[in-house]
Design a protein around this ligand. Structure first.
Ligand SMILES: Cc1ncc(COP(=O)(O)O)c(C=O)c1O
Length: 407
């Protein structure tokens, strides 16, 4: 693959138009949208409008005048075509960790007498910590098994299963249908973490028989740093489940100010407290970058970008780096890790050359490909720059070994 070949792929790209929906510094090749999505072009004016045109002018009456009160569900409904769910199965709230706690505990509570939470070994640590805390609190057993053994490990003792759809390191994509079917047959519920899938690949949550899911708003959904997360609760489960983090936003009549909690019906009962309206405005601008975009095109481009980058890196870098995770692109999400013993220093050297990836301990250099804005030309150039840095040992400098707080 030459640079000219890659440029031709960009010219034929049906998603090329979407790049203009973002403000990206032209001096950077940004391959970290799986950690923090790029700034959508509309975000700043959207947030400015909310502050200057709504909050400043209408103050408290904005909750009804500008419909702030329904924002978490209204904006969530725009996610429906992105994740393959019904609009009334989604809510925006809290952080991914908190949403996971809410859904995991609601699921466990709905299966009394079952003692086991089955969770993915090596999942993103926050998922494991949340499950550990819940198991300790409720005196349940937390059983950790590798993602590809989860389906077989589900039994009649399993209350709830939790795993990532796409693994944050290996990029491996779990078989959603198979895990859901195994859980359903055993009477257990599944909570998926979609942080590395939503907005990057095609999802069909309803068709795959999903029960529950959570995911980040700040990665491929471009909601901005610390953006609220999203929850999916299948319609058939909404009135059966009761999240234990009870707050007035999940009450039947919040403004009746009753002494006792009466959960409302539907997805609203999974809300807890007052949402951050400014953060929601930014997230809405992020989700709107998918307007008119077919998720099948997103997935196809993700695969083509990965194919190009992997081929380029393996051809140019020889045996210096090794691909981590599945080679089969259909079994992957939209990022790829290469292992290198000095991966941290290599990533710092790449960043110094304008190629932004990140590092995941112990030795993984991670590169995310965001189909809405990553160009084929960038994937090609990034592979060349990596090869150059390795060939010249450019990474082998004390300044690149200094560990930062965020890697
Ligand atoms: C799979 C996964 N889940 C959750 C999180 C983060 O959760 P939170 O938004 O609560 O910090 C991440 C962050 O990278 C992640 O990769």
């Amino acid at each position: 693959m030459t640079l000219e070949d890659a440029q031709q792929l960009d010219e034929a790209d049906p998603l090329a138009f979407a790049r203009e929906r973002f403000q990206l510094p032209e001096s950077l090749i940004y391959l970290d949208g799986n950690s923090l999505g790029a700034l959508p072009a509309a975000t700043q004016s959207r947030v400015d409008r909310l502050i200057a045109g709504e909050w400043r002018v209408d103050l408290i009456s904005s909750w009804t005048k500008h419909d702030w009160i329904d924002a978490p569900l209204r904006i969530a409904s725009k996610l429906a075509p992105i994740v393959g769910a019904k609009p009334n199965e989604l809510a925006i709230a809290d952080s991914t960790s908190v949403c996971l706690f809410k859904l995991l505990s609601a699921a466990v509570r709905a299966r009394p007498g079952r003692r086991v939470i089955l969770a993915q070994q090596g999942n993103f640590p926050t998922d494991t910590y949340v499950a550990q805390g819940l198991a300790e609190m409720l005196r349940l057993e937390l059983r950790l098994v590798p993602a590809d053994h989860i389906g077989n490990a589900i039994d009649e003792q399993t209350a709830t299963v939790t795993l990532s759809h796409v693994d944050y390191r290996s990029g491996a994509r779990a078989d959603m249908r198979a895990v859901n079917d195994a859980a359903r047959a055993a009477g257990a519920l599944v909570v998926w973490d979609l942080s590395h899938s939503a907005g990057a690949i095609e999802l069909r949550l309803d068709e795959a028989g999903c029960d529950l899911a959570v995911g980040c708003g700040y990665k491929y959904l471009n909601g901005g740093p610390g953006s609220p997360a999203f929850m999916f609760v299948a319609e058939r489960l909404q009135d059966e489940l009761r999240p234990p983090l009870q707050g007035w936003f999940g009450h039947s009549e919040p403004f009746a100010f009753e002494e006792s909690y009466r959960p409302t019906s539907g997805i609203s009962r999974f809300l807890t407290g007052t949402p951050s309206i400014i953060a929601l405005a930014a997230l809405e601008a992020g989700i709107d970058t998918f307007e008119g975009v077919a998720m099948a095109d997103v997935e196809a481009k993700s695969r083509a970008l990965l194919a190009l980058f992997i081929e380029q890196v393996e051809r140019r870098c020889g045996g210096e780096v090794s691909l981590f995770g599945p080679r089969d692109l259909e079994a992957r999400g939209s990022h790829v890790c290469f292992a290198h013993p000095d991966g941290y220093a290599v990533i710092q050297a790449l960043i110094a050359r304008g190629v932004v990836g990140d590092f995941r301990a112990p030795d993984l250099m991670r590169f995310g490909f965001t189909p809405l804005y990553t160009r084929f030309e960038e994937a090609c150039r990034a592979g060349d720059i990596l090869a150059d840095i390795l060939a010249n040992r450019e990474w082998d400098q004390p300044r690149f070994r200094e560990r930062k707080k965020v890697t």
